[in-house]
Write a protein that binds this ligand. Structure first.
Ligand SMILES: C[S@@+](CC[C@H](N)C(=O)[O-])C[C@H]1O[C@@H](n2cnc3c(N)ncnc32)[C@H](O)[C@@H]1O
Length: 558
């Protein structure tokens, strides 16, 4: 019997979605700024768009931030947010799997959500990314109760969550950095007489009874010691904690209260010993240890010190005031640039690819751009034009002075390309037969067939039948004309030894088949039928009509 696994199940979880690998068509009128820019703003459903990106971006994205509809049963001004629970889970699952494929091994995904689906999303992400790759959840204060205009609810929704996963073990976030200083190394221990030597846990230990030593607190220096309580996670977390737990925590009965232990051969500082103290009062169990300045810090005192990343952020004021950020008003779940700044600071570096497939008003793209990341933003609705386009133009022109602009001294520059998701390659004719959609011109058809067959569309400047390649010697040619034997013979003559060719033709002479070992000929559209779903454009999360309750009623915050 198969080993049962811990998982979340729902109606339709195992239904397979066979996505059509669409092409993306650049709308050069809408692309903006530096023509060499690789940044992409895509209008269309993100499931199809992520599939479209698969060929070029698998394993390339450093940071995913997504802020999907929360499925709260509320209708926002710009999108409906109420989807039956199972459908929401199915659609999120499909998108998360595609996003996972796009991530680099050292990449991260950060998924913003509220309480409605937060715990379900966590379990779903555990399954897709692996529980061991769960890093943390950021808890974000998004409003204060006294600033929320709506008072007719039983509970205030003050906190939202961001579940954060890495793609694989070894992906390390950028920790907080602080100037290293000796300030905390401010304790000095004076031994008034020699201690009594014992051996504990295989180490020499000098025991000083109360009155035989003195601990003085003064100004921090490279010779000072930092006081650390040996409790909680410390007891497992490092060698001093473990030494205390295993050898000193039960010594009161033997040594008495208020004892100092000098343990030899432990620690990463310049001292050959480390001091510990046991409990001072009856019934107390806790002790402390005294750590010197780590040798690494002594050797390079200017080196910044790494500090853990906080997992609570009070951004209520920023949430209240971000409506106009980027020069575009968007009341439906817009996130402040400051939040995206925190995410991108910790989970990406300059030059990395960042993607947001629910980009809304374009906050992630704007922040990624200002922080010198490369970005992809995907938006289903028309605010791809009315908001993202406008906002990114403002950013590039240096007109956007809001959000993080000041913090990063943003003055403009760069560019992006605007893409539309192509229509489905096939449509049904009046007899119910699948035919190539007439809106596909020859180049689009060739590019689409390349995607279907796993070739990179890369038309050769000289040899017309080399329209794409899967390796340096394996080519594809796509045509809607009738292929004759003479044409195949001519192509074969031009082929170099070791080269192979796949011809996708609407029709061909029967003798073309199996004419040459290194030339395969297949019929379109028959060769791709059944491989994926054609003619389906709606993979939208907004399936069920929501009730019309606005959620984002928050006063501006001073
Ligand atoms: C909460 S909003 C994101 C807001 C964004 N973080 C910001 O700061 O502006 C979610 C967005 O996802 C978009 N969306 C919903 N379903 C989508 C889909 N299937 N494909 C692409 N975008 C989608 C909605 O239109 C909406 O703009």
């Amino acid at each position: 019997m198969a080993k049962p696994k811990l998982e979340l199940t729902w109606i339709g979880k195992d239904e397979e979605i066979k996505l059509e690998p669409r092409i993306l068509i650049e709308d050069t009128e809408k692309s903006y700024g530096d023509p060499k820019s690789e940044n992409m703003l895509i209008h269309g459903d993100n499931l199809l768009a992520l599939k479209a990106l698969e060929q070029d971006f698998t394993g390339k994205i450093k940071c995913v931030y997504i802020d999907p509809p929360y499925n709260t049963g509320n209708a926002f001004e710009h999108y409906d947010d109420s989807v039956e629970h199972s459908i929401w889970l199915s659609l999120m699952r499909a998108r998360l799997i595609l996003l996972r494929n796009l991530l680099r091994k050292d990449g991260f995904i950060c998924c913003h959500i509220d309480d409605s689906e937060g715990p379900y999303l966590k379990v779903l992400m555990d399954e897709i990314f692996g529980r061991t790759n769960y890093l943390t959840t950021f808890y974000v204060q998004v409003r204060y109760p006294e600033k929320t205009l709506k008072q007719d609810m039983a509970f205030h929704k003050e906190i939202e969550q961001i579940h954060i996963y890495r793609k694989e073990y070894g992906a390390n976030p950028n920790l907080n950095l602080a100037d290293s200083s000796f300030d905390k190394f401010s304790f000095y221990i004076k031994e008034k007489k020699p201690g009594k030597r014992i051996v504990l846990g295989g180490k020499d230990v000098d025991v000083f009874l109360e009155g035989e030593y003195e601990i003085v607190e003064s100004e921090g220096s490279e010779n000072g010691l930092k006081e650390i309580w040996a409790t909680g996670t410390i007891l497992d977390g490092n060698s001093s904690g473990r030494f205390f737990r295993d050898n000193l925590s039960g010594r009161v009965a033997t040594d008495g209260l208020g004892v100092l232990y000098k343990v030899y051969g432990i620690g990463d500082d310049k001292f050959s010993y480390r001091y510990f103290t046991g409990p001072k009062k009856a019934n107390a169990t806790k002790g402390k240890y005294f750590q010197g300045v780590p040798i690494a810090q002594l050797k390079d005192p200017d080196k910044k010190q790494s500090l853990p990343i906080e997992n609570y952020y009070d951004l209520a004021a920023d949430f209240g005031n971000c409506r106009q950020e980027g020069g575009v008003e968007f009341r439906s779940g817009k996130k402040p640039e400051k939040l995206l700044g925190v995410i991108l600071k910790h989970f990406s570096n300059e030059g990395d690819w960042v993607i947001d497939s629910f980009v809304g008003s374009g906050s992630t793209s704007a922040v990624a751009h200002k922080m010198n990341r490369k970005w992809i933003g995907i938006e289903l609705k028309d605010h791809a034009y009315t908001h993202c386009l406008l906002r990114m133009r403002n950013v590039i022109d240096g007109l956007d002075k809001a959000g993080i602009s000041k913090d990063v001294s943003w003055n403009g520059g760069g560019g992006f390309k605007f893409y539309e998701l192509a229509l489905s390659l096939l449509r049904k004719d009046k007899y119910g037969n699948w035919v190539i959609d007439e809106k596909y011109n020859a180049n689009m058809l060739a590019a689409a067939m390349c995607k279907h067959e796993g070739f990179k569309y890369f038309p050769d400047a000289e040899i017309y039948w080399k329209q794409g390649k899967s390796t340096e010697t394996d080519y594809i040619f796509v045509t809607t004309s009738f292929m004759t034997v003479e044409q195949i013979d001519k192509m074969h003559e031009e082929m170099k030894p070791g080269e192979s060719l796949l011809i996708c033709a609407k029709a061909f002479a029967p003798e073309c088949k199996d004419r040459f070992n290194n030339v395969t000929i297949k019929k379109i559209p028959q060769m791709i039928l059944g491989k994926c779903e054609f003619g389906k454009d709606n993979y939208d999360l907004n399936i069920i009509k929501a009730n019309d309750q606005a959620v984002d009623d928050v006063e501006d915050v001073e």
